[in-house]
Design a protein around this ligand. Structure first.
Ligand code: SF4
Length: 288
């Protein structure tokens, strides 16, 4: 064995995921042709903004965000996000955050302030939030919903049987209930959720997730292929074929979703602006 000691770098290189470095490498199968396509860029019309810092208090097996103790919130951030939204002339913005289990409200008030600041500065911009689960943060969801975002997105990420190895800090039924509560509080808010496939789930489990989300009155479902960020992350168990995705999409529509996006490259916030316009049109058509 050879040990290399770096005596040159001013700052020693720290691993991005110290909690994952000792895991054995997880090998994924080679990517099929249908995955090797560049994701489209929708900047200029819609953009995603991350608030409440870039370090997460959780360590989901699929996620490439840093894990650790995040710093204090920036009280001026809501105004800064609103100003950036104005300067970029965005028609639609997605505001998202890491999980903040360290905060008493999980960052809920900060989300709400950001939504209100954007609304005040850019009244024509539609606002989508992609939130953590606020697990064990009583009253947090109500604070966020009261700010009236246009779209409330919270991703289930995977089927319940895979939670322990894929999303260990979360609880499946809590996440479903969170989405259901948003609709109970304010039925005018569109609700949205997504899962990744290729993490070892069975087809019947994906169909069960669809039923659970419809029971929670969720409007919009996204399903995309999981891709492994590094070998220390969960392996891709399987590449789901484009035909299987299109079958998921058809089945989901029969279950009553207003909108469904299911394809290998579907991602929760891609095309968010265009999707919001379609979502609104679908609701209007259904209420006629
Ligand atoms: S809670 Fe969200 S940001 Fe944090 S590790 Fe899990 S997926 Fe990533």
């Amino acid at each position: 064995m050879v040990v290399v000691v770096d005596t040159v770098s001013a700052t020693p290189l720290r691993p991005r995921h110290p909690e994952k470095v000792n895991r054995p490498d997880a090998l994924s199968p080679p990517k099929p042709d249908w995955i090797r396509v560049r994701a489209p860029n929708t900047r200029g019309y819609a953009e995603t903004r991350n608030i409440v810092k870039d370090t997460c208090t959780r360590a989901c097996a699929f996620c490439n965000v840093k894990t650790g103790m995040p710093g204090a919130l920036d009280p001026d951030e809501p105004e800064h996000v609103a100003e950036a939204t104005f300067k970029l002339g965005l028609a639609h913005i997605v505001v998202t955050s890491v999980d903040r289990d360290d905060l008493a409200d999980g960052g809920a008030a900060h989300f709400a302030q950001t939504v209100r600041a954007i609304r005040a500065r850019c009244p024509a911009t539609t606002i989508e939030i992609l939130t953590p689960d606020f697990l064990r943060k009583e009253g947090a969801l109500e604070i966020v919903a009261a700010a009236k975002p246009d779209v409330f997105n919270h991703n289930l990420e995977t089927v319940p049987s895979r939670y322990l190895s894929v999303r260990p800090g979360a609880r499946y039924f809590h996440s479903v209930r969170l989405l259901q509560r948003v609709k109970e509080i304010d039925p005018s808010i569109f609700t949205k959720s997504g899962i990744m496939v290729g993490l070892g789930e069975e087809r019947h489990e994906v169909l069960q997730v669809m039923d659970d989300l419809r029971s929670a009155d969720v409007d919009f479902l996204t399903i995309g292929q999981y891709l492994q960020p590094t070998r220390k992350h969960h392996a891709v168990m399987r590449y789901v074929t484009p035909d299987e995705f299109s079958n998921f999409e058809k089945v989901a529509y029969t279950k009553g979703f207003l909108m469904v996006s299911a394809s290998p490259l579907t991602r929760s916030s891609h095309h968010a602006g265009e999707d919001f316009a379609r979502l609104r049109a679908a609701r209007a058509a259904r209420s006629r």
